[in-house]
Ligand binder design. Structure first.
Ligand SMILES: [Zn+2]
Ligand SMILES: [Zn+2]
Ligand SMILES: [Zn+2]
Length: 342
């Protein structure tokens, strides 16, 4: 995440802040400019309607009541239950982080308004209130999140039960959004064949693969070939886990660079989200993971980065990098074309 500052007093502010800690100016994050804007004064930004209840701290524009993040919500939690307000707040924070990844990468985000059957949208559901069991997942652009995942104790219980080293809200968003990008960038594209060569054939029976995974677990040598045990389930899950991991890498690298954890000599990278040299990115990333893990161990906390990057996994990440850059370039060309036409 970028090092954000207050536009009034230049004090440090964080992505989640609603106002400047130093001077008290109410602030909103502009996803267009990737910076904090004041909500008062001559150049005041417009706050998202979900600022009420401290759910969202983004700015909105174009006379839309909701910001670009909240506009993607199809179903929000039932707020007549007070605990759901807290859950929703946590969920939206994680979602906004994941959306910033996509915007910084320059990826297209097709909304439901633009494509009612395949656009990206979110629904946040509770098992307590649903007629059918709610499962976190993705279907034709619609991402479902079981809001129980916003409870630390519940999520930790599920993580332990599944034997996972990593389970977070932002991880869920990055994973489900990755499925959306498979349909947007791979499904009907000339890269489908190359994608199958890297991740396997997604026409394998998906339901049978899931059943097998939950009955038998991952194959013994999964760590050689996959970033996580779950990635070994099916080519779609391998894609989603690897794509999500690519987002973890660029997001953490960006923070490490912004906060001066690595200098330009060790990492000659200006912007990890736009870095063309994939090998340079990985070379610079590995020492960062070692450092942050040691920092956490020094505090008696679990590893921030409980993963191992094998050559095969790095190869898969390289493919994702290639697809992302291609999509971002095409999207930039499209936007330029649109501007010229207008
Ligand atoms: Zn300030
Ligand atoms: Zn909002
Ligand atoms: Zn998945």
């Amino acid at each position: 995440m970028r090092h954000l500052v207050c536009p009034v007093c230049s004090g440090a502010v964080y992505f989640e802040n609603f106002s400047c800690i130093a001077c008290g100016t109410p602030l909103a994050f502009s996803s267009r400019d990737m910076e904090m804007k004041p909500l008062v004064g001559q150049h005041a930004a417009l706050a998202c309607a979900n600022r009420t209840g401290f759910v969202c701290n983004w700015a909105t524009a174009d006379s839309e009541p909701l910001c670009p993040s909240c506009r993607l919500d199809e179903v929000i939690p039932n707020l007549s239950y007070p605990d759901n307000v807290v859950r929703w707040r946590r969920i939206e924070i994680a979602k906004r982080r994941a959306l910033v990844d996509l915007l910084r990468l320059g990826l297209p985000i097709v909304t439901r308004r633009e494509s009612p059957t395949r656009g990206l949208a979110f629904q946040f559901l509770s098992n307590m209130l649903a007629a059918h069991p709610v499962k976190t997942g993705h279907s034709d652009g619609l991402v479902t999140l079981d809001i129980a995942e916003a409870d630390d104790s519940e999520r930790e219980a599920r993580r332990a039960q599944m034997g996972e080293p990593y389970r977070t809200l932002v991880g869920h968003f990055r994973h489900e959004i990755a499925h959306y990008y498979w349909t947007l960038l791979i499904q009907d594209s000339s890269d489908l064949r190359a994608c199958r060569a890297v991740f396997g054939d997604e026409r394998d029976d998906y339901q049978a693969a899931l059943k097998r995974h939950y009955a038998e677990g991952a194959p013994p040598a999964w760590a050689q070939h996959f970033i996580s045990a779950y990635a070994s389930t099916h080519p779609w899950e391998d894609w989603a886990e690897t794509f999500a991991h690519f987002l973890h890498i660029v997001a953490t690298m960006d923070t490490a660079l912004q906060f001066g954890m690595i200098g330009p000599r060790r990492a000659p990278i200006a912007d990890p989200y736009r870095e063309a040299d994939f090998d340079a990115l990985i070379r610079a990333f590995v020492p960062v993971t070692e450092a942050v893990n040691e920092i956490n161990r020094s505090m008696g906390q679990p590893d921030v980065y409980p993963f191992v990057l094998t050559p095969e996994v790095v190869g898969k990440l390289h493919f994702i990098h290639m697809i992302v850059r291609k999509a971002a370039d095409a999207h930039a060309r499209e936007k330029r074309g649109g501007l010229q036409a207008a």
